[in-house]
Design a protein around this ligand. Structure first.
Ligand code: DOR
Ligand code: ZN
Ligand code: ZN
Length: 453
């Protein structure tokens, strides 16, 4: 037999071990992992020169924008940023223009993306106007639902507990995960109104509006409303100690809950605000050091299940409005997450096992992406090749993303993604995108390869 390609001299991360091996690839899948002498013949051979090979990383929290918000990011630039950052799969959030919240909007979005993406992309949907349409959205191929609790975006009335509970029951019936942005709309709105009346419009005012309590209230409300349902809740970007504790308590009482943190909330804190100001406006906002420490403890104890970059690109002008209330919320993260985390692995503050769990195995398990997350025969040949010793300075002006700024601009890091293979094809190599747009695939929940445990 002659396979499509073989990668030799890999130091591959397999089940917690670094294994010297070769990897044979056939039709986009891992055909065999073993010694070079045991490999079949191949059309193509690539010597990986003892570089570290990780399972293709998954960024479970990405705003690719495009369609009506393409001036901020489009499918090509967003997935180029993913490939350059070592991500082979990304999950796209639904707060787009139009909002992804029906089988039709999802279908159009998938179609627009299919011709442009460089990595594999799955899609979230917000709740539709009519609950009976949730089933159609899953049939169309959404990976999961997303619910924004800080402002009204989808079809569920977030002010109404009964509406929410009905939505949760429907999603539980379909057995798909529900990712939630946990900020309490009533409290954040009341806080904002008070601050605006007092003519407060600086970064400190934004922080006050999005207080720690805003997060905790939403988490507690969601846990309460969902208690009598079987919904699988995944809490996005947890930023507070109390929030993480509440989720941990729910887990201990056998609730189906998981949570994510972002690199921003573990690598930055409120103390960075005076230096970078509005550029660091995000929701939930950066917190004090005690919360940052609690999140790091959560990474160690396993109470955090996944890391997501929350890549939230905006035009530069949108980040520098004169009133904080007009500043667009969020920062890009696809091209910084992996080097930043590898730097912490190098410093022994995080293990490689944790990194792979948080950026590959965890997201694959939460979203039922059974075809990726591990280097294993039969899985997608999605590979993130890393030069673990390469030091470099983050330079946002070189990003593939349209958002060419970063909280980490100028940071010295060690550990660089140098090759990214998606479905067996080399997409990114040594700083360059080397594949055609459209090389990535659209992943759909109803494909047999995507299923929940
Ligand atoms: O910082 C954020 N940016 N938080 C969100 O919840 C939305 C996101 C965005 O879409 O920009
Ligand atoms: Zn969010
Ligand atoms: Zn987000």
């Amino acid at each position: 037999m002659i396979v499509d390609s073989i990668l030799t001299n890999a130091k591959a991360y397999i089940n917690g071990q670094i294994v010297d091996c070769s990897i044979a690839i056939e039709e986009g899948k891992i055909f065999k992992i073993g010694k070079e002498t045991q490999m079949p013949n191949a059309d193509q051979k690539t010597d990986l020169k003892n570089l570290l090979v990780l399972p293709g990383l998954i960024d479970e929290h990405v705003h690719l924008r495009d369609e009506g918000k393409a001036y901020k990011e489009d499918f090509q630039t967003g997935t180029a940023a993913a490939a350059a950052g070592g991500f082979t799969t990304v999950l796209d959030m639904p707060n787009n223009e139009p909002v992804t919240m029906s089988a039709e909007t999802l279908k159009n979005r998938m179609w627009a993306a299919s011709r442009k993406v460089l990595v594999n992309v799955g899609f979230f949907s917000e709740f539709p106007k009519k609950l009976s349409e949730t089933k159609d959205i899953i049939e169309e191929g959404a990976i999961a639902f997303k619910l924004f609790m800080g402002c009204q975006i989808g079809g569920l009335n977030i002010d109404d507990d009964e509406d929410l509970q009905n939505g949760f029951k429907e999603v539980a019936k379909l057995d798909v995960p529900l990712a939630v942005h946990a900020e309490d709309k009533a409290l954040v709105t009341a806080n904002e109104e008070k601050l605006k009346q007092a003519k407060k419009n600086n970064v400190a005012a934004f922080q006050l509006a999005h207080s720690e309590l805003v997060e905790l209230k939403a988490i507690e409300r969601l846990l309460k409303i969902s208690a009598s349902t079987d919904v699988r809740l995944h809490f996005c970007h947890i930023s507070t100690e109390e929030g993480l504790d509440a989720i941990w308590d729910a887990k201990k009482s056998e609730r189906k809950v998981t949570c994510e943190v972002t690199p921003n909330h573990i690598l930055l804190s409120r103390d960075d605000l005076p230096r970078q100001g509005q550029m660091l406006i995000m929701a939930p906002p950066l917190r004090g050091k005690s919360h940052v420490e609690a999140l790091w403890r959560g990474l160690d104890t396993g109470s955090v299940d996944a890391l997501g970059s929350d890549h939230a690109p905006h035009a530069l002008a949108e980040k520098s409005a004169s009133s904080v209330w007009d500043v667009k919320v969020g920062v890009p993260g696809l091209e910084t997450t992996l080097p930043l985390l590898l730097t912490f692995v190098k410093k022994n503050q995080l293990s490689l096992t944790q990194l792979v769990k948080l950026l590959a195995e965890g997201p694959a398990e939460i979203y039922g992406l059974t075809n990726c997350g591990r280097l294993e025969q039969g899985k997608n040949a999605d590979l993130t090749v890393v030069d673990f010793n390469q030091k470099f300075k983050i330079d946002a002006s070189k990003f593939n993303s349209k958002a060419k700024y970063s909280p980490y601009d100028g940071w010295e890091v060690v550990g660089k993604p140098v090759k990214t293979f998606v479905n067996g094809l080399l997409v990114f190599e040594e700083g360059e995108i080397v594949a055609k747009t459209g090389t990535g695939s659209i992943i759909r929940r109803n494909d047999s390869e995507v299923s929940i445990r």
